[in-house]
Design a protein around this ligand. Structure first.
Ligand code: ARG
Length: 565
């Protein structure tokens, strides 16, 4: 339900009737329940323009405000705010309709677009580490969210599988002979060993360099070894994706190597539009207002990360036809994307109307505020972290109830992985993120367990009730009113979160919703004896909608619910 849009229309009508020829600024949610449901704060801004004091303007608007539909009451407050209360019957009816809808009243976009979401992007030579965790889960959430709202989402995993280090790696793989693939089980170690050989043995280093040239010129033997290496590495990533329960499959991999043949064309086309300039032997693009150029080809003919990204941009805008291209990548690459986007637009690789955005995120920190490391200072492997989450979740639920081993295993996966994801998604993505097991596995506060617990509790109400509900909603007190309005806000929250690529707007909403529901439930017993049938039905309907909203919200975040907890 687009509540704000509907209220804005009522205000616009009042403007017209009052003869104010301006577009009213949109209403916002009231900051406190005593200020109503929504607030209109636009009278102050009009004061200068209209040469009247804000309270006078607010009074005029109020006189013409229609209070027979969505709005029930309006009051002027302070210097000229207008506080707005929604009509109970209107809200009850809208809520009932949303309750009957599978999508909870969230419409599919009438003008869907194609969106490319670029996320995860692990580097093949190495194990995925915690840094990739954020990209993978934020990106997956954004993709799920846009998909739910009706856009056509194309997931793209820009895997780092190309570059000079692969010469070294496949030279080493060949040296290991038949058993080569066995030693790839520990990629980190394999990389270290290869690097050691490279640094210590001149002949090996030369061979590695030769191999770089050979792979890049398409030598079948070298490409074969390279492919073997990539397959095994990707397999490692897929184990992580599976554990993480994200929608990222082999078909979404569009690795750096995919653009190999496009790279010379990128250079030629930049040259054709006169954007290329030689500097110290390298081919560069100098952008207005920026001192450091974008290097697109090194003096030795080699291409760079930026060249590949330009080729990818061209492909995404022109072949895939994307109108929005979102890069979920570490904030430390901000400069890279700023430059690449500028070049892509200025060269005409990407049409003007395509939205390019870097969805930046901060670094993962430990409790002491330092970048997340293992006890001995190494990088934490993602897979170890996820396994630990499941072990910790087991301990947390074992205390709670007497489940069977099997049940514990199943629940622990859902809860443990959900906790890791939720904790990450619930903070402002641009902030650095402090990883804290105890906080993320708590039943209290803004955590996945709090949401899953509320969901399970509502399921247990329905198990006890046993019957079917008729969906009728009647609003008799303030908490019912507030809960209903909160439920109706779901669509607006999702749309805004999609626009801002901000999953934490969804978690903040879910937290407010569940907190409100818990209060509602404490004060308004549902199945207790003495509650009349109509009231019971209405409260059941609100509980049902709350549960479904939690489930849908968590589903977008890639987190499951459980019926019992
Ligand atoms: N492989 C890169 C890294 O780990 C991330 C790739 C992001 N996507 C892109 N199109 N550049 O830093």
């Amino acid at each position: 339900m687009k509540l704000k849009e509907k209220i804005n229309k009522v205000i616009k009508k009042a403007f017209e009737k009052a003869g104010i020829d301006e577009t009213p600024i949109p209403v916002s949610e009231a900051t406190k329940p005593e200020f109503g449901d929504y607030q209109f704060n636009g009278a102050m801004a009009l004061s200068k323009k209209l040469g009247k004091n804000p309270r006078e303007i607010a009074t005029e608007i109020l006189e013409h405000l229609d209070l027979s539909g969505i709005l029930a009451k309006a009051e002027i407050a302070g210097p000229g705010f207008i506080n707005l209360w929604l009509n109970d019957d209107w809200v009850a009816k809208a809520c009932r309709e949303a309750c009957e809808d599978k999508r909870l009243g969230v419409a599919k976009k009438s003008d869907p677009i194609k969106v490319v979401v670029d996320y995860s992007g692990p580097n093949m030579a190495k194990q995925m580490h915690v840094g990739h965790l954020r990209s993978t889960i934020i990106g997956d959430t954004l993709a799920n969210l846009l998909e739910f709202l009706g856009d056509e989402v194309i997931r793209q995993n820009h895997v780092g599988d190309w570059g000079t280090q692969f010469g070294m790696l496949i030279a080493y793989l060949e040296e290991m002979g038949e058993d080569g693939s066995g030693s790839l089980q520990d990629l980190e170690q394999f990389y270290k060993d290869a690097k050691k050989r490279f640094d210590e043995d001149e002949a090996f280093a030369n061979k590695a360099r030769e191999y770089v040239v050979k792979i890049q010129s398409g030598d079948p033997h070298c490409l074969n070894l390279w492919q073997k290496f990539i397959d095994i590495s990707l397999g490692h990533c897929e184990v992580v994706y599976e554990k993480l329960d994200v929608n990222l499959k082999r078909e979404h991999v569009r690795a750096e190597s995919f653009y190999n043949e496009e790279l010379p064309k990128v250079i030629d086309e930049l040259d054709a539009v006169k954007m290329l300039q030689e500097s110290d032997g390298a081919q560069c693009v100098f952008l207005e207002g920026e001192e450091i150029p974008v290097i697109v080809q090194k003096g030795d003919g080699g291409y760079l990360y930026a060249t590949t990204d330009l080729a990818a941009l061209r492909y995404r805008a022109n072949v895939l036809g994307a109108k929005r291209i979102s890069y979920v990548v570490d904030a430390r690459q901000a400069e890279h994307f700023k430059q690449v986007f500028k070049v892509a637009k200025a060269s005409g690789f990407v049409p003007e109307d395509v939205k390019l955005e870097h969805i930046a995120f901060g670094t993962m920190m430990d409790a002491g505020g330092k970048p997340f490391k293992t006890r001995d200072g190494g990088t934490v492997k993602l897979i170890d972290l996820l396994d630990e989450a499941v072990v910790k979740a087991k301990a947390a639920i074992k205390e709670k109830d007497d489940y069977s081993e099997e049940e514990i295993e199943r629940l622990a996966k859902i809860i443990g992985i959900g906790a890791v994801k939720y904790a990450d998604l619930s903070i402002n993505r641009e902030s650095n993120y402090i990883f804290n097991w105890d906080k993320m596995l708590s039943f209290e506060g803004n955590t996945s367990l709090y949401m899953q617990y509320a969901y399970a509790r509502i399921q247990s109400i329905f198990r006890k009730y046993g019957g079917r509900i008729n969906g009728e909603i009647i609003i008799t007190d303030t908490l019912e009113h507030r809960l209903s309005v909160m439920l109706l806000r779901f669509e607006e929250v999702l749309e805004r979160a999609a626009e801002d690529a901000a999953p934490n707007q969804i978690t903040t909403y879910l937290y407010e919703l569940v907190t409100l529901f818990m209060r509602f439930y404490e004060q308004n017993p549902i199945l207790k004896e003495g509650v009349d049938e109509k009231t019971k039905q209405s409260r059941l309907a609100l509980a049902d909608m709350t549960a479904r909203t939690i489930k849908q919200g968590l589903d977008i975040l890639g987190i499951d619910v459980v019926d019992k907890l």
